[in-house]
Write a protein of this length. Structure first.
Ligand code: GDP
Length: 309
């Protein structure tokens, strides 16, 4: 994509809620979609450089996501079985073809290829026409402190099943990261910026922690619209609730809006928000099937366009 001549719809996303919305948005915005994906969950394991959120977004956009919600459809798990036979503690499960993405990314990065370009090669191989951009080229790692232990994100999430109490969240390396030229241009030229319905603290928080990102959102002439990950008063999947509580906000659209503060020009949610506050659009935001994803994406875009004036 030529990032200077297009006026994209930009979606900030983690791997589930944001990725599902991005898939709906691809139907509405076509090739003009740019997804900025969280890389705070990345993990180097089995000799691979695994990037769960950029890959999940790409698998969703390519209609290759497995119905379990992660990994590639119809993948096999022979390498994991082989590692177990070798006595390896396989706590992080990856399909064979899924692992191939991580192995290839590790090779490209070792050759000195920029992270953005490595993801570009992988998404082109998937046949994607929309762009998936890692939030930054430099490594950022989300860590969770629980008591006197500091856990890497995947250790907390997968090995310990998000059970440990959350005492602190850090985005290690964020201060040394910067906006890639592609991310900066996409935000500068965007016609709408959508903060997807992802975990605000661990999926969107790392993106916003990249120096210059929040300023780029504020300075972009595009409206910035959030989509609440709270559906029917509940989190659909994953540990967003304890992270919102840790951040000191309610598990509700109002709490999510409070977390994002003045970054948002509006929010889409299924709750009634107080009049006179942040502009909101109240619609059903469940993204379970193609029709729902397309309808929510259409509603989000027209709400954003209405805010521009
Ligand atoms: P992760 O990297 O897999 O944790 O992905 P995300 O952070 O993108 O996704 C988790 C968030 O997605 C949770 O807060 C969910 O409530 C939200 N989510 C999942 N499915 C839906 C949905 O259908 N609609 C909405 N609005 N949010 C959803």
């Amino acid at each position: 994509m030529d990032f200077d001549s297009r006026s994209p719809v930009v979606v900030l996303a983690g791997g589930t809620g944001g990725a599902k919305l991005a898939r709906g948005m691809a139907d509405v915005a076509g090739d003009d979609l740019v997804v900025i994906a969280n890389t705070g969950d990345d993990v180097e394991i089995y000799g691979a450089y695994v990037a769960p959120d950029p890959d999940l977004v790409a698998f969703w956009l390519a209609d290759r996501i497995d119905e379990r919600g992660w990994g590639l459809e119809d993948d096999t798990f022979n390498v994991m079985d082989g590692l177990r036979e070798l006595g390896v503690d396989v706590w992080f499960n990856l399909g064979d073809r899924d692992l191939a993405y991580g192995v290839r990314r590790a090779e490209l990065l070792a050759e000195g290829v920029r992270y953005t370009d490595a993801v570009g090669e992988l998404t082109r191989a998937l046949g994607l026409s929309s762009a998936v951009l890692p939030m930054a080229d430099a490594p950022v790692r989300t860590t969770i402190r629980s008591g006197d232990r500091t856990l890497a994100f995947q250790e907390f999430m997968v090995r310990e099943r998000a059970q440990p109490p959350i005492d602190d969240v850090r985005y290690e390396g964020a201060a040394q990261a910067s906006l890639s030229p592609e991310v900066a241009a996409a935000l500068r030229n965007a016609r709408a910026i959508v903060v997807g319905p992802s975990n605000p603290v661990i999926s969107i928080g790392p993106i916003l922690a990249v120096p210059g990102m929040a300023e780029a959102l504020r300075e972009s002439p595009a409206p910035v619209v959030g989509v609440s990950p709270v559906v029917g008063g509940q989190i659909v999947k994953g540990p967003s609730a304890p992270f919102l509580t840790w951040a000191g906000v309610e598990v509700s659209a109002a709490g999510v809006a409070e977390y994002y503060g003045d970054l948002l020009d509006g929010i889409v949610c299924d709750e009634e928000l107080p009049a006179g506050g942040l502009p909101s659009l109240r619609v059903d935001t469940l993204l379970n099937d193609v029709a729902q994803r397309r309808r929510v994406a259409t509603d989000v875009l027209s709400f954003a366009e209405g805010l521009r004036g």
